[in-house]
Design a protein around this ligand. Structure first.
Ligand code: BEZ
Ligand code: MG
Length: 747
């Protein structure tokens, strides 16, 4: 049928038209039934397969994914005919007693309608109707999970995120480390040092970790920097493979994960044999007694926490929880978050929740947010710039819910503001910190919120808008208050009210999510990078002020972005890097590209930074550094790749996603170095044995991966030599032939 999966059932057009109560709304968007999606013109296809009393279905896509015009211009929408028919099939034809959604980022709960308290006019409610909805959901995503619960009536059952491990060094990186260690161990003035320094430099140049000029002296700063970079790479925390529902985590993975948890919360290193004994089932106290470590209360608590985590990691809690929920029993609540930072998320198999929204941002987050804001400013200035006057910050729900509001606290700190609490200690707005206390000018911040943040944190959305307005109207000299400076300049030019000129909090229209930059990149259906900027600006130009509904303010957003010196977003979880999902380049890449276009071709592109607060002390990296780090510690790292390939087709899809997301960063920020593509091509496509493995495990994703590298070359994100390009094309053709062979066999 030309579909991606088995057709389990067909719904005739006649039946669809007769039974669809909202036919007119669907036809207004998607044309006469049955439309073009999942249809042969006379019926709609329901994808999936039936196993006795269980129907396993494939949820249809939104429908706009491959359509650049819709991605650019669509404001609201309705589900496709196929989408609505799919849920009606489950409800009325299959007559399911309950539905289990599996995974996350589903489409149902992002259909148009109210943010909560949904009713008959809202699409998620029309689709799910009275069907009990159990949703197996990632334990570390309480924000989108909350949307699934509020908008999709879901009972969440948390599942564990993948095991984590340290990246380690491999191949030439490992030999570089050895050579460097050897050099560093030489006594000062040793006769071999000069030659060895040159050899280390040459190796580092080969690995794109250094430039050939000037020549390195023994004990030079360059060697010290290289050492730090190798340590960072070696210690980077990466996901190792995927979690499998129904399986406890194996002993080896538990040892590694417990070691990472322990390393994160204490400065005293816990010896590996102690961690191992806990992983093997010893109680925290017993392990501590035998360890020779100081028996402080803190240590006892740490080891007991590790033992608690270990007990729950070792066994499956998820399938029993699904069965209980389907039996109509109560599902116990649990906080959502990362196992590394908050072992209370264990055991999984529980209904995840976020935080009391009145309590954000918490005081510890305000303190850390202020420090991280200063780190960001220091990094930007350390890169040879002045103090930025204006910055663009992306805020998500997930990172804020999991850190007590850390990222929003960073925004407040940049503005020189803090939350205002009522007499019950609940958040009710913002107030300014006096300039004398702040000790630097107020930085102008334009915030772009994910739709998820906007839905979950309306009080905080208003708090940020109020902070910007207070700064704009403060009786302060513009050279000490860049918000006011820019607002007055804009008013003079545009003649708007100060309330309008001071709008700094932007997001989607109500009921809409995402910038669609990711969808455009995924489809490849775009010519100029400016189209990505346009999609971002159109989707994210709804200004959220101190009162009233959001207002479309596209020109204002462009004007504010034109002044932006840097764009910034926090990473929220060790599991998710900027290359793991397409959401980071959609939001941060999107705003960076939009700012770049707003500034005009002649101006320099705004810097793009990542705040890494996933573990320990916060760090700031340039986007280019972050992409390089993840490329080396994950994409090119055999430890990561093999752990993915062990999961077959899905593992190959994850590898392909890393590559497609890499292209997303080139398209939006141009900060990806050409070596990244060269090494990916060498590792996955030009290596015959690896190419064969990918093609056998997942022919479709292997074709896509090869085509992404060719697309990157066509878009001049790298320039392979003729020979490499020809080899890549030949490999791509071979992979396409193999895919066609598989498809022909299936047909
Ligand atoms: C959020 O939590 O805001 C979010 C999560 C995933 C994708 C985009 C946004
Ligand atoms: Mg997606």
């Amino acid at each position: 049928h030309g579909t991606d999966a088995n057709v389990a059932a067909r719904v005739s057009v006649e039946s669809h038209v007769r039974r669809e109560p909202h036919l007119a709304a669907i036809e207004a968007q998607w044309g006469r039934a049955p439309g073009r999606h999942l249809s042969d013109g006379s019926s709609l296809f329901i994808l999936g397969a039936t196993f006795g009393n269980v129907f396993v279905g494939v949820q249809p896509a939104f429908g706009y994914e491959g359509d650049p015009m819709r991605l650019l211009f669509e404001a609201g929408f309705s589900p496709t005919h196929a989408f609505s028919a799919f849920y009606r099939y489950i409800r009325e034809d299959f007559e399911a007693d309950a539905v289990l959604h599996f995974g996350m980022h589903g489409a149902l709960e992002f259909m148009p309608g109210k943010q909560n308290g949904l009713g008959e006019g809202c699409w998620p409610d029309r689709l799910i109707a009275e069907l009990p909805n159990v949703y197996l959901y990632a334990a570390n995503n309480p924000s989108e999970g909350a949307l699934a619960r509020r908008r999709g009536n879901a009972t969440l059952i948390s599942y564990l995120t993948p095991p984590l491990a340290r990246a380690g060094l491999y191949k030439d990186l490992a030999s570089l480390r050895q050579a460097l260690d050897h050099l560093r161990a030489l006594p000062p003035g040793h006769g071999d040092a000069t030659g060895l320094a040159a050899a280390v430099q040459a190796q580092a140049v080969e690995l794109d970790l250094a430039s050939a000029e000037p020549a390195w002296e023994p004990a030079s700063d360059e060697l010290a920097t290289l050492h730090l970079r190798l340590l960072e790479l070696e210690g980077a925390v990466i996901p190792e493979g995927l979690h499998v529902v129904g399986q406890g985590m194996p002993l080896g993975a538990r040892v590694e994960l417990l070691g990472i948890i322990a390393g994160d919360v204490t400065a005293t290193p816990i010896p590996p044999d102690v961690i191992r004994r806990v992983a093997e089932g010893e109680t925290g106290c017993a392990a501590l007694e035998r360890s020779g470590l100081p028996q402080t209360g803190e240590m006892v608590a740490l080891l007991e926490n590790l033992a608690h985590a270990n007990r729950h990691l070792a066994v499956d809690h998820e399938i029993p929880a699904i069965v209980r929920a389907l039996d109509g029993c109560f599902t116990r609540p649990a906080p959502g978050g990362d196992v590394v930072r908050n072992p209370a998320v264990l055991p999984t198999g529980r209904n995840i929740h976020g935080l009391d929204p009145f309590s954000l941002p918490m005081s510890y987050a305000l303190a850390e947010g202020a420090r991280q804001a200063e780190r960001l400013l220091a990094r930007h200035m350390g890169d040879g710039n002045g103090l930025p006057e204006s910055v663009a910050v992306v805020l998500w729900g997930a990172d804020n819910l999991k850190s007590g509001g850390g990222p929003m606290a960073q925004v407040l700190a940049l503005l020189g503001a803090r939350p205002r609490m009522d007499s019950y200690g609940r958040l009710c707005g913002a107030e300014l910190i006096p300039l004398e206390r702040l000790g630097r000018p107020r930085i102008d911040v334009v915030v772009t919120l994910s739709g998820v943040f906007r839905d979950l944190l309306p009080l905080q959305t208003r708090m940020l808008a109020e902070a910007a307005l207070l700064a704009a109207t403060a009786d302060e000299a513009p050279e000490h208050n860049y918000v006011r400076k820019h607002v007055l300049e804009h008013q003079a030019k545009a003649g708007s009210t100060i309330e309008t000129a001071a709008l700094r909090v932007f997001s989607n229209a109500e009921g809409a999510y995402g910038a669609n930059v990711n969808q455009l990149v995924e489809s490849g259906a775009w010519q100029e990078e400016d189209e990505l900027a346009e999609a971002f600006t159109r989707r994210k130009c709804f200004a959220y002020g101190v009162n009233g509904p959001p207002v479309r303010q596209q020109d204002l957003l462009k004007a504010v972005l034109a002044g932006v010196d840097l764009a910034y977003q926090n990473l929220e979880s060790a599991e998710l890097g900027v290359l793991t999902t397409d959401q980071y380049f959609d939001s941060l890449g999107g705003v960076g590209r939009a700012a770049r276009r707003a500034r005009g071709d002649s101006a320099t592109a705004p810097a793009v930074y990542i705040g890494d607060q996933t573990r320990g002390e916060g760090r700031v990296r340039t986007l280019g550094e972050q992409v390089a780090l993840e490329t080396r510690s994950r994409t090119l790292n055999p430890r990561w790749a093999e752990s993915m390939l062990a999961h077959g087709a899905e593992g190959v899809r994850q590898i392909e996603a890393q590559v497609s997301n890499t292209l997303g960063w080139s398209a939006t920020t141009a900060q990806v170095q050409p070596w990244v593509y060269r090494e990916i091509a060498r590792t996955y496509v030009l290596d015959e044995a690896m190419r064969d493995r990918l093609a056998r495990l997942n022919p479709k994703a292997s074709v896509k991966l090869a085509n992404r590298l060719l697309e990157a070359s066509e878009r001049q994100y790298w320039s392979p030599d003729q020979e490499t390009l020809a080899a890549l094309q030949a490999a791509g053709d071979e992979l396409e032939d193999r895919l066609e062979g598989v498809e022909a066999r299936v047909a």
